[in-house]
Design a protein around this ligand. Structure first.
Ligand SMILES: [Zn+2]
Ligand SMILES: [Zn+2]
Length: 241
């Protein structure tokens, strides 16, 4: 382990730094080359102050809420924020992180989460909780991408990270295989909280990589509410708009 760290240090100091996305040798200070950075579509204001959905200028009057949030009476979430639009550019970055062992991307993506989550952290948060994988998938993939994001975000924000209380007890099919209402059915009652006392009364920031229909995050919210959390915010790297 110590030797591993030593070699890592040696490599880092000898080898040129490369772009996290395309692998090109970096000449700038960041983690991405100029080209890859310019291709990413960050979500900037104006966006709905509740769900984070980008607002058009015509909607951007008065309350800063989107039409859905204005009409919906209850949402399980206090606020939702995402760093990027989910498109080809962000998709490649996230898929590499998720399936190709590019775990070193966690730091870069977590830095984006910290910026995107500014409103959440300003409003106050107590604990960061990643969307869990079922243990069988965790064994297969060896790491939970959301947990890696959560740990890095914890380092950036100084907030504690709880990766063990919220569990996915039901083995579900990957959400990409379904659409719309099928997604909601797929994850129905899939989550539970193992140590409710650890989360009761806390303001939870729920972390995932992509927000698509929100079914997974909403099911997590059902379990978290049952455990008595005070509020839930969601923070995702990208969202389908
Ligand atoms: Zn690049
Ligand atoms: Zn909204």
């Amino acid at each position: 382990m110590v030797l591993g760290k030593f070699f890592r240090f040696l490599f880092d100091s000898i080898l040129p730094r490369r772009c996290r996305k395309c692998g090109q040798i970096l000449t700038n200070e960041g983690e991405l080359c100029e080209k890859c950075l310019s291709e990413l579509n960050f979500i900037y204001p104006p966006y709905c102050k509740k769900c984070g959905h980008p607002l058009t200028d015509s909607e951007n009057s008065g309350k800063m809420l989107c039409a859905v949030c204005l009409s919906r009476k209850r949402s399980p979430f206090r606020m939702s924020r995402s760093a990027l639009y989910y498109d080809d550019a962000s998709k490649n970055l996230i898929l590499a992180f998720k399936f190709m062992d590019k775990t070193e991307n966690a730091r870069l993506l977590a830095a984006m989460l910290k910026v995107a989550g500014e409103d959440i952290f300003a409003a106050g948060a107590d604990v960061i909780v990643p969307v869990p994988l079922h243990y069988t998938r965790l064994i297969k993939r060896r790491y939970n991408q959301s947990a890696l994001l959560a740990y890095e975000l914890g380092r950036y924000t100084g907030l504690p990270v709880d990766c063990s209380s919220l569990v996915r007890h039901k083995k579900t099919r990957p959400q990409v295989e379904f659409s719309g209402t099928e997604r909601a059915r797929n994850v129905k009652k899939a989550f539970s909280v193992r140590h409710p006392e650890k989360l009761a009364g806390k303001r939870v920031v729920l972390i995932d990589d992509v927000l698509t229909t929100g079914s997974t995050l909403r099911e997590c919210a059902v379990a978290l509410k049952k455990a008595g959390v005070r509020s839930i915010d969601t923070l995702t790297v990208a969202r389908v708009c």
